[in-house]
Design a protein around this ligand. Structure first.
Ligand SMILES: [Zn+2]
Length: 142
């Protein structure tokens, strides 16, 4: 994994995050506009059943079920207290190289945790299935 690959740093840009909010259900007269969502670090990650899923590009926390009055920054902080991006006192552009690299390392920790969780879930699924098969066999159902 390349530390500073283009993909891994792309979403530090507010403009790039904003672009993902095409089709976002809350456009006007509300708190969770695309602008505020992108400012709070979110990117839009809709699925077929859920048009309003947003994920922090940094801590990878996914939130859905947005209400017009939800404040993206507050929601982000309350659901992901460990996110260093939303806790930043400066803008990303104002960080020096050392500060940025330190921040970016934290981002990669979130990524590793998430991908090992995904692997674990897959593994757990496979174990469950295998166990069910064994039980069937043991009961002589096959
Ligand atoms: Zn976050």
């Amino acid at each position: 994994m390349e530390l500073l690959s283009k993909d891994s740093i792309k979403m530090y840009s507010y403009e790039n995050r904003l672009k993902t909010f095409e089709g976002w259900p809350f456009e006007e007269n509300c708190s969770c506009t695309p602008d505020n969502m992108a400012k709070a670090g979110f990117i839009h990650t809709p699925s077929d059943n859920c048009p309003d899923i947003a994920m922090c590009f940094f801590c990878l926390k996914e939130l859905e079920g947005w209400e017009p009055d939800d404040d993206p920054e507050k929601e982000h902080k309350s659901h992901s207290a460990a996110c260093q991006f939303i806790a930043l006192k400066k803008k990303v552009e104002e960080l020096n190289v050392e500060e940025f690299l330190k921040l970016h390392r934290e981002k990669q920790k979130f990524q590793i945790i998430k991908s090992s969780k995904d692997d674990f879930t897959k593994f757990e699924g496979a174990v469950k299935q295998r166990r069910a098969e064994l039980i069937k066999t043991a009961k002589g159902e096959e």
